[in-house]
Design a protein around this ligand. Structure first.
Ligand code: ADP
Length: 418
């Protein structure tokens, strides 16, 4: 090999490594999925060193066993070769103490735990580096090579650099997944409790209705008044239970609706129709302006019913007698815009940013004596955003409020072929 060829070879290797490092930074910093991060790391480490094989093992909670978390270019049999526990694997133990370990002849190294399986896989040399997080070692990154490749200290240092970058991304992804798990468990707990509460409260509501309708005997006006007040309290409790259930459904894994192309116009029309009796009773004029054709959005029926049921319901609820609520659906390029405006009590401007927080109720609503849970809007916002949309609000105390929802449109559902 001439000097020129050797220098060219080294330059090409360097170029590959820099490109792999760049790819690693870009890929791992843009993902919060642990699997994705680990797969990027193994792939980039193997390709950068031109070996085509690598793996990441992460320590279990007890810090005794290294479990396979990602593999690149390794056979299934090799991946399943057995547990790597620190007492039987001096190589891993050495790496976890904080420095890279190079084995350039696997046949002649007593530190290996699975020599036969390593040789069966065609591996003759390997480099093991620690992945060290903020609180200590997280695991090891290994890169393997066949007979013709020997690892240098520079190679090991390079894998260390990848592992260092990886550690930050792995910790971020682990924290993110732990948070999601905790949120999902919390929501599951709320779901179970509220579900259990629903039937006794529902039962009590029906019994009170029987009493109030005087089917089980006449009531004195005082008794009627007391029972009506208990009924109102139970109605408020049921509304809270329903809101908590809806909130939990937006965060519990497996309970989210599968989105499909739905006609938004029909959904908004039915949300308005559902509130028309209440509006009429309060002498609130309900106006509706819709496009003459269907407009499809990618969403769930329950989700859309919740979004528009809540916004139209609030508009009617927070608008005093004689007021007006108008709902308008309008196509705007690739999006559809729905405005729900009312001439109601309004919301103080400085409170608007907190409107989307769970349990927040504006001072104007509390002063008015109108009951509510403060949960509806937080769920509405989550749902709108889950469908790729946006929600905003403008309001003036004593004049009225307008909520605007923008959702991306989609193609109508495919007709099933005959
Ligand atoms: P609630 O059950 O209290 O109505 P929401 O989450 O639906 O809960 O709304 C949160 C708060 O936002 C309400 O308590 C009220 O202060 C305010 N709000 C929502 N919609 C309107 C509206 N159309 N007019 C005035 N205030 C509103």
């Amino acid at each position: 090999m001439t000097l020129a060829t050797s220098i060219m070879g080294q330059l090409q290797r360097r170029e590959r490594q820099i490109s792999a490092l760049f790819q690693t930074t870009r890929a791992v910093s843009s993902s919060l999925s642990l699997n994705e991060v680990l797969n990027h790391l193994t792939r980039n480490a193997a390709l950068a060193l031109s070996t085509g094989h690598s793996s990441i093992r992460l320590l279990d909670e007890a810090g005794e066993t290294l479990n396979l978390a990602a593999a690149f270019g390794l056979s299934k049999a090799y991946q399943e070769k057995g547990p790597v526990d620190l007492t039987h694997n001096p190589l891993a133990k050495e790496a976890l103490s904080g420095r890279p370990v190079i084995v350039n002849d696997v046949t002649d190294d007593a530190r290996l735990q699975y020599t036969r399986q390593v040789l069966d896989e065609g591996i003759h040399s390997l480099v093991v580096v620690p992945i060290i997080g903020r609180t200590g070692p997280l695991g090891v990154l290994r890169v393997y090579a066949g007979q013709t490749r020997r690892f240098s200290d520079a190679d090991a240092q390079f894998v260390m650099t990848i592992a260092r970058q990886g550690a930050v991304a792995i910790e971020n992804a682990m924290a993110h997944e732990a948070l999601q798990r905790a949120e999902s468990e919390r929501a599951q707990f709320v779901r179970t409790v509220t579900h259990e509460l629903r039937s006794p409260v529902g039962g009590a509501q029906s019994l009170l209705r029987v009493l109030l309708q005087q089917m089980s005997g006449e009531l004195t006006p005082t008794q009627q008044d007391i029972i009506a007040r208990v009924e109102a309290r139970l109605d408020a409790l049921m509304a809270l239970i329903n809101d908590l259930l809806a909130l939990a459904a937006t965060t519990t894994r497996g309970y989210q609706e599968k989105p499909e192309p739905l006609d938004l116009v029909a959904q908004v029309r039915s949300a308005v129709e559902l509130r028309s009796a209440e509006a009429q009773e309060k002498q609130v004029t309900l106006e509706l302006s819709l496009p003459s054709h269907p407009v499809h959005v990618h969403a769930g029926v329950e989700g859309l019913a919740h979004i528009f049921g809540n916004l139209v319901g609030n508009a009617v609820k927070y608008t005093p007698e004689g007021g007006r609520v108008s709902v308008a659906v309008e196509l705007r390029g690739p999006s559809v815009h729905v405005a729900i405006s009312d001439t109601g009590i309004g919301i103080p401007e400085d409170e608007l940013p907190r409107l989307w927080q769970e349990f927040f109720r504006a001072s104007s609503a509390k002063k008015s004596g109108i009951v509510g849970t403060g949960l509806g809007l937080s769920i509405v916002k989550r749902r709108v955003e889950a469908y790729g949309g946006m929600i905003s609000v403008v309001s003036r105390v004593g004049e009225g409020t307008t909520f605007s929802v923008t959702l991306p449109t989609c193609a109508p559902p495919q007709e099933p072929s005959a």
